[in-house]
Write a protein that binds this ligand. Sequence first.
Ligand code: ADP
Ligand code: MG
Length: 740
Amino acid sequence: MSTISSFAMIDFMRPSDLLGTHTRLDEPHRRALKRLGILTVEQLLLHLPQRYEDISSIQSVGSLQKDQDAVVFGQLGGLKTRKSWKSRTPISEGWVEDGTARIKIMWFNQPYLAKMLSDGMYVKVAGKVTGSEGKLYLANPEVEKLDSLPIDRHDSIFKNTETLDDTIYPVYRETKGVTSKWFYHTVQKCFAAGVLERLIDPIPAEILDRYNLPSLQTALIWIHTPKKPEHAESARKRFAFEEVFYIQTAKAKERAAVTVSTSYVVQTAPTHLKAFTERFPFPLTNAQHQAITEIMKDFSGKHPMSRLLEGDVGSGKTAVAATTAYAIATSRPPEGIGKKIEYGNLQVAYMAPTEILAKQHFESFIQYFKHLPIQIGLITGSGCYKFPSKSDPEKPTPISKTQLLKWVKNGEIPILIGTHALIYKAVEFKHLAHVIIDEQHRFGTNQRRALAKKDTRLPHLLSMTATPIPRTLALTVYGDLDISLLDEMPKGRKPIITKVVAPSQIDTVYAHVRTELAAGRQAYIICPRIDEPDPSKENALQLKSVKQEAERLKTHVFKTARIDILHSKMTPKEKDAVMEKFLAHQIDILVATSVVEVGVNVPNATNIIIEGAERFGLSQLHQLRGRVIRGTHQPYCFAVTSKDSTGKSGKTLERLKALTEAKNGFELAEYDLTLRGSGELYGMKQWGLSDLGMEALKNIKLVTAARTEAQRLIEHDPTLAEYPLIEERIANLSKTLHLE
Ligand code: ADP
Ligand code: MG
């Protein structure tokens, strides 16, 4: 083709060249590519096909025979709608043309179809060939609108497909301005310009050999022009491995850096801890014991701990956190440090994602520490407190920020609780030995170092999460952390009663909630998820649905209840204000979006109704119902399906039933991954993995292989001095994944 030869005339194409230096790009093209993050030749090559079409299953219109099941690609024409003469049913008709011939299409009684279609539109049409020779037509075929034909009319699509080679071609993710076809041709041009020979594979060959993965060059050819489906499959596996491997390597590198640092050595006698935990109004669960033991072991080592405490809401993470804080705050002073204060030469920072959560942790800590002469500080945007107050040893007292910061700096306050941002920015500690952090997935070594300011020792880190994720994802994104799992709920807790409810039964649910409200309880009502690719539109729609639902409930269902709303368009301050009111029981029912994931403890809220439940992943439903398991009253969760889905096969209900049976959120996350794919995992987007990378999470072998290799590589070369290409990939990663 002429374009290819003109391309090849450019003597040298480097992978890092800007695409625009080799091919003409108009403004819409440029913008579209930018949106997809494609600037260079290499980035184009790594824009992988979304799927493949097999053209051996596509027929040309000219070859169609009566009674055949046809799949043809072409352009629509001659569309019109009329009423049949006898029955007056509307009939739409038109034709599809593919360059070899045209065939008539007829739809009966589907007038809306003709409205959605228009002449000249590119379509894939599938249906049975009917009629008689010479008067063949497709009756009621399925029509799928395409942005363009998969490949050019004059290309291989209509060439003889008897030899089964080259019948699969790629379909790329498109965006306004660039078509799949454009990607296909431009990639082929780059191949023809010899760019593959100039690509260097960052993955060492021996690793690829060990797992039978293709080289970068082979994988690119296979993924963009597979001759067999297995080739595409094998190539995808390589790219998936590569993505997971880079994340794992980044994590392993981070871990190696922490491992060589020194921290505060804290040795705690078991009897000493026992004196603290024995005062709890409950016995620790085995899982809590185990986690505390693991943490104490880490504390006693020279190097900083990096540990993740995973456990469902209510599994007792705060109790574990308090025990570790106690161990630090009462530890003997390390050598060379004065003994001016009886307790607390070593310090603990406890960081929460929101102000209201910070306050709740402060209150819990007061309960755990009130018998001890250990000072606890709280720093928030709206004020600072210290416990105990001089005048009342049972109560906290407000103090100025300046005063608080001074006491933290001179070490007089050993435990400081506050929001992530505030502690991170404003506070200087004397000897920060331990950082406890809630739901912060991207707290890297750099943050830890920054918190420690001039201190040469790195604090121990206990990161806590209730976000249910499957094991493969945990191994990947928490690759730098050791994991303690609280997989056991405290005994005697009333298990949540979960019911999957059809819309026709909603009145029984409302009646139940009315009884609960009358008994003095509170309720959450969660509006259905709205799928809308544009986040700003989604927010607006969600807001509308929350407002409407609150209005409807107020006028028709819960006429005497105090109802308020919570949604993602509110500022953190507004959200906190509403939550405070809900907590103070000035609101009976909180109508909210699912996006607002407050981990706030409102023990009196014992009911949650989740509308449109089938639109959520199981792990998210679990996360949502976690809001009502904090109190002593019996908690209820009603997962209400929406009208359109209950009629469908029992599948929806079957899936939701897992909610009533699963042991914990992690189990549900595994279900989500196997049943619906990684897209359904709770908060999946926040991990920043590509679709391909997420696909890889289904493959535990692949994930563990990538982990083994990443660890081996870092053990051999902790700074990646010998692997500049991998180092570079990781640097790019931390930009997109915000690893730092
Ligand atoms: P998480 O932070 O994991 O959501 P919390 O530590 O806030 O859980 O604990 C939830 C509730 O359970 C608190 O009221 C706490 O006092 C209580 N709790 C914690 N551990 C236990 C236990 N072992 N037995 C009984 N209750 C417990
Ligand atoms: Mg908690």
